[in-house]
Design a protein around this ligand. Structure first.
Ligand code: ZN
Length: 340
């Protein structure tokens, strides 16, 4: 197959994950095995913005895959200041940014504060955005930058011990799920040292039933319209696309939903700072987990630019991001190549 696309892309977009900016000296991750470059993460975002602003085809939008500032900001009373610094950097590009929420958003801010903040992209977009019905305070919506292509932003901390009020139904559901598997005093400590059960910690979360029902209806509509759907979430959902400790608690429900619809072409996530990739053999869906800025040294980079064509997306990676050709599966009814 000829992997070279012909002509210019239909549109492009930028992706970046786990910036985790804080104005503090370098540190280490929870297990003290990986260095974290809290201060220089802002410079890496600046590098990304520069590249996107100079691109031959300017991005239509940027996907910020969550954990935009680090939880340490909270203990330094610097959450608002750090968020200002990062959003000022994003603002310099004058390109619409779609913000996904991760665990570090909730270390810094309550869910209600986030809903009225600049990190709620539904309040600041000029596009027509359609979200989960109001009432649940779930942050999930979809948008279409170009006819035929839909992006769905999911809320992976819908059912969570983070950001939800302790009296809420979502918090008690989260506590039952975690407690069923994790008997540690510190719920950030995984219950086991290997395998899928490692994911039951409080730095992960789940998609609630109302959100799954909503996603199902969006995907049914997309199937009918023959849309190409890319889903984005802070937490990955395919065990082969990430260290399994980073998976959403109910990743299996999400995978089942994706497999029951033909419109999904790609699932993008962050959270696992090493990143990962897997193409689901059953569906052809590409599961891309983007390496995080926070664990990228100042002399490297961690952002991607995706060019979208009728039959594929080309992920051009900078620094630690691996470039990939993400071919779409032909949908039933697509024109077959003429027989020779
Ligand atoms: Zn995270």
């Amino acid at each position: 197959m000829d992997d070279r696309p012909r002509g210019p892309p239909l549109f492009t977009f930028g992706v970046i994950a786990d910036i985790q900016y804080a104005d503090i000296d370098d540190g280490y991750n929870y297990t003290r095995t990986r260095r974290r470059y809290y201060r220089s993460s802002l410079q890496l975002l600046r590098n990304a913005q520069k590249s996107w602003s100079e691109a031959a085809v300017k991005p239509e939008f940027i996907l910020q895959l969550g954990d935009i500032i680090d939880g340490f900001n909270k203990s330094h009373g610097a959450s608002d200041r750090a968020l200002d610094a990062v959003l000022t950097e994003f603002g310099s590009g004058r390109v619409e940014v779609h913000h996904v929420w991760g665990n570090h958003e909730f270390y810094n801010f309550s869910r209600s504060a986030l809903l009225s903040s600049r990190l709620n992209s539904t309040l600041h977009s000029e596009r027509r955005l359609s979200g989960v019905p109001a009432g649940s305070e779930t942050y999930a919506y979809h948008f279409s930058p170009v006819p035929g292509f839909t992006f769905v932003v999911l809320d992976a901390y819908d059912v969570s011990l983070l950001g939800r009020d302790a009296s809420s139904q979502q918090y008690s559901a989260a506590m039952s799920v975690v407690r069923e598997h994790n008997h540690n005093q510190d719920l950030n400590c995984p219950p086991v040292s290997g395998g899928l059960l490692q994911r039951f910690t409080m730095f992960n979360g789940a998609f609630g039933k109302e959100q799954l029902d909503w996603l199902g209806s969006v995907l049914s509509w997309a199937d009918d319209k023959r849309e190409r759907v890319t889903i984005v979430s802070h937490l990955p959902v395919h065990p082969s696309s990430t260290d399994v400790i980073c998976l959403a608690w109910n990743f299996d429900e999400l995978l089942a939903l994706i497999r029951s619809h033909r419109s999904v072409v790609c699932f993008m996530a962050g959270h696992d700072h090493d990143g990962g990739y897997h193409q689901d053999q059953d569906t052809g869906v590409h599961h891309v987990t983007l390496p995080g800025v926070i664990e990228t040294p100042p002399n490297s980079d961690a952002f991607g630019t995706v060019s979208v064509y009728e039959d594929r997306m080309l992920l051009e990676g900078s620094g630690r991001i691996t470039g990939r050709v993400l071919l779409f599966q032909p949908t039933p009814g697509d024109a077959e190549p003429a027989a020779i």
